[in-house]
Design a protein around this ligand. Structure first.
Ligand SMILES: C[S@@+](CC[C@H](N)C(=O)[O-])C[C@H]1O[C@@H](n2cnc3c(N)ncnc32)[C@H](O)[C@@H]1O
Length: 278
């Protein structure tokens, strides 16, 4: 186990995350992507007792290592924060609903459960929220919006300054536009990772783009298949990834190597293309 001085960035560590986090310096992390236990699956690592207490403990531990203004995205089910007081440690900015309408399983005695929660916290006032990097398509046509903006009650009303933004709109706190991976998803590494494990690149990309800047340090304490590491490489963020399962570490390492190889091939292709054009 490395000590604090030996901890390298852009590296994947095989360790229990609580042990490794102890080696991380105070206030040194810009963003934490925490897709750990939900407390609902048959995976042995998901059996953690009361998930709310587990999450509160994580929040305490994370608040020490986050920089002021740094962000935490904590994944879970609807009840993941019930009856715990996280307020002495971090501010809860949004409880994002990751809406997944395509599930096959349908409820018989209750409404079908159709979402995960991604609780977005910050330590004090948020230092990065790069809205322009995560805008999504407007839901109304520009022409219609312009007609609405000319209506007297809008022009003179409380919200008259709201203008149609050509770059798109804020994605809001219900994310239905990013689908869970399915059997057919090209990016799925293995069928065993469906639903509870591998997260879509687009989902992690939105989080990393919104809440960090190039060169920032991102921690993923439950790295799984390495989605956060791949996204960070692609978006020029630094990362520290942790997983306690040697099988997952191997999968992450192979995935990162494959990603690096593909990016190299793309840049060689781009150089050749430019050279041939000359
Ligand atoms: C839901 S998966 C993460 C999936 C990841 N976001 C992805 O896209 O592949 C959770 C991971 O946390 C790991 N894990 C569970 N408890 C852990 C602990 N205490 N310390 C480190 N890793 C842990 C598991 O081995 C599993 O790979």
């Amino acid at each position: 186990m490395p000590n604090q001085q030996e901890l390298e960035i852009n590296k994947i560590y095989q360790s229990d995350c609580f042990d490794l986090i102890e080696k991380i310096e105070d206030e040194s992390i810009d963003l934490i992507v925490c897709d750990g236990p939900y407390g609902i699956t048959a995976n042995s690592w998901d059996k953690v007792g009361k998930i709310q207490e587990y999450n509160l403990n994580l929040i305490k531990v994370f608040s020490r290592i986050l920089k002021n203004g740094g962000g935490l995205y904590l994944f879970g089910k609807a009840n993941c924060l019930d009856f715990i007081d996280y307020r002495p440690y971090l501010n809860l900015n949004s409880k994002i609903i990751w809406y997944q309408p395509s599930r096959l399983a349908q409820g018989r005695n209750n409404y079908t459960h159709n979402y995960d929660v991604i609780a977005y916290f910050s330590k004090g006032k948020t230092k990065a929220f790069n809205l322009d990097d995560i805008r999504v398509a407007q839901m109304v046509e520009l022409e219609h919006r312009k007609r609405c903006e000319a209506v007297p009650s809008v022009v003179n009303g409380q919200f008259y300054k709201t203008k149609f933004n050509e770059k798109g709109k804020n994605p809001g706190d219900v994310w239905g536009d990013i689908k869970q991976l399915t059997y057919n998803s090209k990016e799925l590494l293995n069928r065993d990772f469906l639903n509870t494990i591998q997260k879509p690149i687009k989902l992690i990309e939105r989080i990393v783009k919104a809440s960090s800047n190039e060169g920032d340090l991102v921690l993923d304490p439950f790295l799984g298949t390495g989605t956060t590491a791949v996204v960070c490489k692609n978006l020029k963020r630094n990362f520290i990834g942790i997983d306690n399962d040697p099988k997952m570490i191997k999968i992450c390492e192979d995935r990162l190597k494959d990603f690096q190889l593909k990016s190299k091939q793309t840049s060689i292709f781009a150089v050749n293309y430019v050279n041939n054009k000359r």
